[in-house]
Design a protein around this ligand. Structure first.
Ligand SMILES: Nc1ncnc2c1ncn2[C@@H]1O[C@H](COP(=O)(O)OP(=O)(O)OP(=O)(O)O)[C@@H](O)[C@H]1O
Ligand SMILES: Nc1nc2c(c(=O)[nH]1)N[C@H]1C(S)=C(S)[C@@H](COP(=O)(O)O)O[C@H]1N2
Length: 181
C-alpha cells in the first residue's frame, strides 16, 4: 500500500515526555523538512522517555505500521546512564549505516567540542532509514545539513518514495543525475 511520504519524528527525552519542558526538538525537525522538502509529506510524531524497549517499539511501529520511509530521533545519544537511543536503534535495524554518525560528529565538532559525546548512529529497517540526532535543538539543523544531501538517494536504494528537495536549501545528490540548480 502506497502511504505517500511519511516521516517519523521521535523525541526521546525523559523531561520533555513528562512535560517538565516543552519539546522543541520534534518541532525543529518538522520545520527543517518543511523547508528542505518540496515533495508533499506528512509527519508522524512521538515524544517518549529514555526507555530502550519503548524506543525500539516506537521505531518498529513507525517503520512497519506507519510506513515511514525516514525516521529521525532526537535525544538520548550521550554517555549518561539513561541515554540508550543508539542501542534501541541497533536493536531494530537490519543494516547499520555508520557513515551517518561519523559525518554528523565530524561536522558537529566544528560547532561544539562535546560533539564526540554523541553516539548517534543510523540504520535501515525494511524500507525505513532511521537517523539519530542529539537532544539539543540547535544540533538538529547542524546535523541534518550534513547528511540530508545523501538521504533521498538512500531512500531510493531501499525502494522508498522519491524525495525532492528545494535546491536553495539542500541539493540532493543522486549519482548519475545532474543536480537540479
Ligand atoms: N526535546 C527537547 N526540547 C527542548 N530542549 C531540549 C530537548 N532535548 C534536550 N533539550 C535541551 O538540551 C539540553 C541537553 O540535553 P540532554 O542531553 O540533557 O537532554 P535529554 O537527554 O534529551 O533530556 P532528558 O534528560 O530529559 O532525557 C537539555 O538540558 C535541554 O535544555
Ligand atoms: N551538532 C551538535 N552536536 C552535538 C551537540 C550540539 O550542541 N550540537 N551537543 C553534544 C552534547 S553536549 C552531547 S552530551 C551529545 C549527546 O546529546 P544527547 O544525549 O542529548 O543526545 O551530543 C553532542 N552533539
Amino acid at each position: 500500500m502506497d502511504v505517500g511520504i511519511r516521516i517519523g519524528i521521535v523525541t526521546v527525552s525523559d523531561r520533555a515526555s513528562a512535560g517538565i519542558y516543552k519539546d522543541e526538538g520534534g518541532p525543529a525537525i518538522r520545520a527543517y523538512f518543511e523547508k528542505a522538502l518540496t515533495s508533499p509529506w506528512a509527519p508522524v510524531a512521538r515524544v517518549i522517555p529514555d526507555d530502550r524497549a519503548l524506543i525500539a517499539q516506537t521505531l518498529i511501529e513507525l517503520a512497519d505500521s506507519e510506513g515511514c520511509c525516514l525516521i529521525v530521533t532526537t535525544g538520548g545519544t550521550g554517555p549518561a546512564p539513561r541515554d540508550v537511543t543508539p542501542e534501541a536503534t541497533e536493536d531494530v535495524v537490519e543494516k547499520p549505516m555508520p557513515g551517518f554518525g561519523e559525518l554528523m560528529r565530524q561536522v558537529s565538532l566544528a560547532k561544539v567540542p562535546t560533539a564526540i559525546l554523541s553516539r548517534q548512529t543510523a540504520g535501515i529497517r525494511g524500507r525505513s532509514l532511521i537517523v539519530n540526532l542529539p537532544g539539543r535543538p540547535r544540533a538538529i539543523a547542524e546535523c541534518l545539513d550534513a547528511v540530508m544531501p545523501a538521504i533521498p538517494y538512500c531512500i531510493d536504494l531501499i525502494e522508498g518514495p522519491y524525495l525532492e528537495t528545494d535546491p536553495a536549501v539542500i541539493v540532493a545528490f543522486r549519482p548519475g543525475q545532474k543536480p537540479k540548480a
